[in-house]
Design a protein. Structure first.
Length: 427
């Protein structure tokens, strides 16, 4: 697809941002939360509802990290589906995990409804499509697992799929309802304002310098707390936390110019969907208002140490992908931005207490907004009420494919790349 304009390398969501409240005086709280993304804000809300005095510290501004840069897909499928969890942990555990994840989705929807959040909510069913004929088996496994656990799911063969999606080159798909898209940055900023009104101290532009037992050093002040919940995701290693357990993968998002009704109908003839494919580094797209959001990555830069800006390569790769699937359409994309998403070596989330300091609790590598919300809700249930239904699955100290001396020799980037590929091959 020929590019006739220069796409702006900036996050579309960030075009408007309010002033920050910086922590400048020492303070004590029952619970201190590090990180102002979906996990951190959800944790703050959950602990507040349980009667705790909460402070949240964000190095930049709420939604500045992976949450705010994300595509806003609110679907239980993150990097792993229900069939993947079944393979990893068994049917009973998968059912428990999926219920928790769907509760995270419901939590987000309840907040949008209760507080009338202006976060560009858009109801869209999920559509998972097979890029290759051999991937149909994977789709069928997900469809079967969803139905077995009582969740609505419809499998569509290639010819049926073409009736609901104006794309070429997919070999089948599964769709399920009750999912939606949002502007996750707007959601984070709106929830920040709501939580401040309800009594949570939220301090943006307040980077954490060090974490100790029941205390946190920031640039201008010290925080003491009975519990510290670290929701900093890929930034945890910079705080000398989980340095071997968490790294990141890079994805890119393009945002189109406004589409005409005719163009939208050529993509989605009847109903709007949030679509992603079965590629290892998968592609995804959905409508955002009357614009098309298109995302994906590349094996060449997935594990880059830093974000890759002004990437003409990724612009061309993603627009070629879209043009191949929708040859009848010529779209112009106005914005492109990268994002780094925290990930573990086995792709599953990380959650649990520090092995040497039980006052510190980690939530990371969620790779999905509902997953992040669900883990934060569980953390409050676990710490305050003693819930333990997820305790055996996402420990930061579980065995990983590559670690220890091997990781030291290979380096983090290669260790995570090899581990992720090996894990996906086994699922």
């Amino acid at each position: 697809m020929k590019n006739t304009i220069q796409s702006q390398d900036q996050v579309f969501w960030y075009l408007k941002r309010s002033a920050a409240n910086v922590l400048r005086e020492d303070v004590h709280a029952d619970v201190a939360i590090i990180g102002g993304g979906m996990a951190g804000l959800t944790a703050a809300q959950a602990f507040l509802k349980k009667g705790k005095k909460v402070i949240l510290l964000e190095a930049f501004y709420c939604g500045a990290g992976a949450s705010g840069k994300s595509s806003g897909f609110i679907t239980p499928n993150g990097e792993l589906g229900i069939s993947d969890f079944t393979h990893l942990f068994g049917k009973q555990a998968a059912c428990t995990i999926w219920k928790r994840i769907t509760s995270g989705m419901q939590h987000i929807k309840d907040n949008i409804d209760q507080y009338a959040l202006d976060c560009e909510y858009m109801k869209q069913d999920s559509l998972y499509v097979a890029s290759k004929q051999r991937d149909v088996k994977r789709l069928m496994g997900e469809h079967t697992a969803l139905q077995e656990f009582g969740y609505a799911s419809r499998y569509m063969q290639k010819n049926e799929l073409q009736a609901v999606l104006g794309a070429h080159g997919y070999y089948g798909g599964i769709t399920y309802p009750d999912t939606f898209g949002i502007n996750a940055y707007a959601y984070c900023q709106a929830m920040k304002d709501i939580l401040i009104q309800q009594g949570v101290a939220i301090c943006e532009e307040t980077p954490v310098l060090a974490v100790h037992q029941q205390s946190i050093d920031t640039l201008h002040a010290k925080v003491t707390a009975d519990r510290i919940v670290v929701c900093a995701d890929r930034f945890m290693p910079t705080l000398s936390m989980l340095k071997q357990q968490i790294y990141h993968v890079q994805t890119f998002i393009l945002m189109s110019q406004p589409l005409t009704d005719a163009q939208i109908q050529m993509i989605f003839p009847h109903n709007n969907y949030m679509v992603w494919d079965t590629e290892l580094v998968y592609n995804y797209y959905r409508l955002h208002g009357n614009r098309l959001l298109l995302g994906g990555g590349s094996v060449l830069n997935t594990y880059n140490t830093y974000e890759t800006h002004n990437s003409r390569y990724m612009y061309n790769k993603l627009t070629r992908y879209f043009k191949k699937k929708f040859p009848q359409l010529t779209l112009q994309f106005e914005h492109i931005w990268p994002g780094l998403i925290g990930i573990s070596k086995d792709i599953a989330p990380i959650m649990g207490a520090d092995k040497e300091n039980s006052s510190i609790y980690y939530i990371g590598a969620a790779a999905g907004l509902p997953v992040a919300a669900s883990l934060a809700l569980y953390a409050a249930d676990h710490i305050v009420d003693g819930a333990d239904d997820l305790k055996n699955y996402f420990s930061p100290y579980r065995a990983f494919p590559i670690g220890g001396v091997a990781q030291s020799l290979m380096g983090d980037k290669l260790s995570f790349a090899v581990s992720n590929v090996l894990k996906m091959d086994l699922i």
